[in-house]
Write a protein that binds this ligand. Structure first.
Ligand SMILES: *[C@@H]1O[C@H](CO)[C@@H](O)[C@H](O)[C@H]1NC(C)=O
Ligand SMILES: *[C@@H]1O[C@H](CO)[C@@H](O)[C@H](O)[C@H]1NC(C)=O
Ligand SMILES: *[C@@H]1O[C@H](CO)[C@@H](O)[C@H](O)[C@H]1NC(C)=O
Ligand SMILES: *[C@@H]1O[C@H](CO)[C@@H](O)[C@H](O)[C@H]1NC(C)=O
Ligand SMILES: *[C@@H]1O[C@H](CO)[C@@H](O)[C@H](O)[C@H]1NC(C)=O
Ligand SMILES: *[C@@H]1O[C@H](CO)[C@@H](O)[C@H](O)[C@H]1NC(C)=O
Ligand SMILES: *[C@@H]1O[C@H](CO)[C@@H](O)[C@H](O)[C@H]1NC(C)=O
Ligand SMILES: *[C@@H]1O[C@H](CO)[C@@H](O)[C@H](O)[C@H]1NC(C)=O
Ligand SMILES: *[C@@H]1O[C@H](CO)[C@@H](O)[C@H](O)[C@H]1NC(C)=O
Ligand SMILES: *[C@@H]1O[C@H](CO)[C@@H](O)[C@H](O)[C@H]1NC(C)=O
Length: 695
């Protein structure tokens, strides 16, 4: 479909997209409603002949209210995406085709057909209506063939039979013509030809009347040649002999070597013989034969002369045997070659030196390995056998690997491996820590179940007879937080309004983070090791737990905060103590009055009496003071009895307890006059101890 046609079709629809769809679906009218093409039958034709095909076509007079007028008619074989190439415009056909068309039929003539013309030929016509276009299917099928000669060897090996045939069904009777070197031979015009054949001649057949299109010729092998590549045959190189000839049917090959005074000796069946490394002994005369059913041919013989490269090549080493690192060594290459060879040195297949007979080096560990020397002159090359140079050297810095790689987790099986390049092979020893405590004499140091105590520096030492070398590795064992310990400060019951600090601590690697939760609450109360609650109230009562977490795991521990109101006991104790103090004070006053009322002692009678009594008074005051202290202690004891006595947890806590006793005594007397809340809190110390002891 031309651009013009497409444009016209597209323009007939308002929507461009819809137009395209309809264009694709309704490009041609279908074979109904009077649209039709009928073709002449399929054709089988001999190559070179001229074929003629024809068709009749019909179309409606009126189509979609339009009176149909034919615009274009053509034959084609090529079409893509609605583009048709008319045979007249097709360079493969243009000068070989002729149309002869009327209003209702069209014929096509193609001259000098070849096998490539074998295909379907279709006819198409277009009209003045944009959708009035039609291609008739399936078209006319053309197959082109030429006669073929088939060669059959009969039971009698000296006789062969030629048969002529074509793929086309030809109109009977068919007469055949046989040609020998393009000249017709008088035969019975049959398709079978039986004769003695001259192996130098070519045979063809043709259909009578089509002598200008004979079959391809059959003939015995000719121009049989044995060739050699490369033409210069150097000892040790790869050489290929190839036999070739011109023959139809294709020839089969044999390659022979001529031994002195003998007939050819079969070297190989097939067109090629390869010497992967040709030797001087392969020097000689060679030929090949090519044969098919029509005959065989022997190639001219060729001479192969393998040139004299170096006859031998060897390496000697001085000093011989193993060499210590740093010592000089000479490798010398010798060969028997004429002309003299030049030399190339290889270590592990890599060129290390060219043009020198001697390789001299002060050896290092890197010189240990296999050496080959190559001797080469213009006739060829030869390699020495390989020489192993053994170099002794002290261990290199060992490399240490930890398996499995990544973080070392407590409880895992972990292997440290030490390896060092050394000759002779090194012995290994593992050491631990700064003091280099020896652990194991082995490449591998294995921890079946590693734990945190195994963290630290490890050293591995590689030792051989030439020296030693070592490496260090740090082992850092990671572990989840240990079970945390929690404490309250101050400990014991907490007075309302006071403050308390909860402290949590745990060992972990990597360092853990801490968070505090109150039982029954989802959200953490605080983070960090310690958590202080100030102005404590009843609602702070309860269990708190601290969660200790690192990337490996977590642990928790619970502590109970017990909030109490100001103790009635204290109020009671305070009141009793105040009354007692007042009573003591009154007693003192009374006793003084009583003394003043007694007559003074006689002068000189007993001068020490007053002092004594004063001294005894002060003593008794002290006693009274003590008594108050004792009292207090006594008061405390019954309180203790309210709890099951137990051992205090740690030395720290015991100390705290003793301090509290002192606070109680000192503050006590003040408290009677000034019962401040601060004092209360100090007094609390003594109270707090109690539940702890009863724990
Ligand atoms: C075309 O029509 C003519 C006349 O009807 C007929 O002789 C001929 O065989 C037809 N050819 C084909 C190919 O149908
Ligand atoms: C026919 O075609 C062949 C090759 O396609 C060509 O060699 C030959 O000259 C042609 N013959 C004629 C008569 O055009
Ligand atoms: C084969 O043909 C050649 C000439 O083409 C002739 O010289 C030769 O003698 C013939 N050989 C036989 C066996 O007929
Ligand atoms: C000699 O040895 C070198 C290095 O290994 C190799 O590249 C080469 O092909 C060898 N030559 C021969 C003739 O074996
Ligand atoms: C060694 O001899 C060969 C053959 O004569 C030559 O091709 C090559 O370049 C020479 N190599 C050196 C390093 O002289
Ligand atoms: C350890 O080996 C390195 C080379 O890997 C070397 O340079 C160093 O001298 C060696 N140390 C000892 C003590 O031999
Ligand atoms: C680490 O060593 C100490 C002292 O030997 C021991 O008490 C402790 O249990 C060890 N820890 C582990 C995790 O084995
Ligand atoms: C290495 O270990 C082997 C076996 O334990 C021992 O015989 C040898 O003497 C050691 N060599 C060195 C250099 O320590
Ligand atoms: C504590 O550590 C864990 C693991 O490393 C992490 O998922 C979490 O978010 C951390 N919490 C805080 C409060 O940093
Ligand atoms: C504390 O940890 C234990 C397991 O170690 C768990 O059963 C318990 O529920 C945890 N307590 C809280 C409050 O998360």
């Amino acid at each position: 479909m031309s651009y013009k046609e497409m444009k016209a079709a597209a323009m007939s629809f308002s929507a461009a997209i819809r137009g395209v769809i309809v264009l694709l679906m309704a490009a041609d009218v279908c074979g109904q409603n009077g649209w039709a093409v009928s073709y002449s039958p399929s054709i089988c034709a001999l190559k070179g002949s001229t074929v003629e095909m024809s068709c009749n076509y019909t179309y409606p007079v009126i189509y979609k209210n339009v009176q149909i007028v034919i615009e274009n008619t053509f034959w084609f074989t090529k079409e893509s995406n609605g583009n048709y190439v008319a045979l007249k415009d097709d360079t493969d056909y243009s000068d070989r085709v002729k149309y002869q068309c009327t209003e209702k039929s069209c014929s096509l003539k193609i001259s000098n057909v070849t096998q490539t013309d074998s295909k379907d030929y279709k006819f198409r016509f277009t009209t003045n209506h944009q959708s009035g276009k039609y291609t008739g299917s399936p078209g006319v099928s053309l197959s082109v063939t030429d006669p073929q000669v088939k060669v059959n060897r009969l039971d009698d090996p000296t006789r062969i039979q030629l048969t002529c045939h074509t793929d086309c069904q030809l109109p009977r009777p068919v007469s055949y013509v046989w040609l020998e070197d393009e000249t017709p031979i008088t035969t019975e015009n049959k398709n079978v030809f039986l004769s003695s054949f001259n192996t130098t001649h070519r045979y063809q057949c043709a259909i009578k009347g089509h002598e200008d299109v004979p079959s391809p010729a059959v003939y015995a092998p000719r121009t049989t040649v044995l060739s050699v590549t490369p033409s210069e045959t150097v000892e040790g190189s790869s050489v290929t002999l190839t036999c070739s000839s011109d023959a139809n049917p294709a020839a089969k090959y044999n390659i022979y070597r001529v031994n002195e005074g003998q007939h050819g000796q079969l070297l190989r069946t097939g067109p090629q013989s390869v010497f992967s490394s040709i030797q001087v002994s392969d020097t000689g005369r060679y030929y090949c034969t090519a044969g098919n059913d029509l005959g065989s041919q022997t190639s001219p013989s060729i001479d192969i002369n393998v040139k004299y490269g170096p006859k031998s090549c060897s390496v000697s080493v001085n000093p011989s045997g193993t060499v210590e690192e740093g010592n000089p060594v000479s490798l010398t290459c010798s060969s028997d070659a004429n002309p003299a060879a030049n030399y190339t040195w290889y270590k592990e297949n890599k060129i290390i030196l060219t043009g020198s007979k001697v390789y001299h080096v002060a050896v290092g560990s890197e010189h240990r390995g296999n050496y080959v020397c190559k001797a080469q002159n213009q006739h060829g090359e030869r390699n020495s056998s390989s020489l192993f140079l053994d170099v002794l050297y002290a261990p290199k810095v060992p490399s240490v690997s930890i398996s499995p790689s990544g973080d070392i987790m407590e409880g895992n099986s972990v292997t440290l491996t030490c390896s060092s390049d050394a000759n002779p092979a090194a012995n290994y020893t593992w050491y631990r820590g700064k003091d280099k405590k020896p652990m194991k004499s082995n490449k591998n140091l294995i921890f079946n179940s590693i734990n945190s105590n195994d963290s630290g520096q490890y050293y591995c030492t590689a030792t051989n007879t030439k020296g030693q070398n070592n490496s260090r590795v740090n082992v850092d064992v990671k572990y989840a937080p240990r079970s945390p310990s929690v404490s309250l400060s101050p400990s014991g019951d907490i007075m309302k309004g006071s403050s308390v600090t909860l402290t949590c601590s745990s060992d972990a690697n990597p360092a853990a983070n801490y968070s505090w939760y109150k039982e029954g609450e989802k959200a953490p109360k605080a983070s960090g090791k310690s958590f202080t609650i100030t102005n404590i109230q009843n609602e702070h009562n309860g269990n708190y737990y601290c969660k200790v977490q690192n990337k490996i795991g977590w642990h928790n521990a619970t502590v109970t905060v017990n909030v109490v109101a100001v103790s009635l006991m204290y109020i009671l104790i305070g009141t009793i103590a105040s009354i007692l103090l007042i009573m003591i004070f009154l007693l003192v006053l009374i006793s003084r009055k009583w003394r003043k009322s007694t007559p003074p002692p006689k002068p000189g009678g007993n001068p020490n009496n007053i002092e004594q009594s004063q001294g005894s008074l002060s003593k008794s005051q002290e006693d009274l003071q003590y008594a108050s202290i004792q009292f207090m202690r006594k008061q405390r004891d019954p309180v203790y009895e309210n709890f099951t006595p137990g051992k205090t947890g740690t030395a720290d806590l015991e100390e705290e307890g003793e301090q509290n006793v002192e606070y109680a005594t000192v503050k006590f007397s003040q408290r009677t006059e000034n019962p401040e809340p601060e004092d209360d809190s100090n007094a609390l110390y003594s109270v707090i101890n109690k539940p702890k002891r009863g724990n």
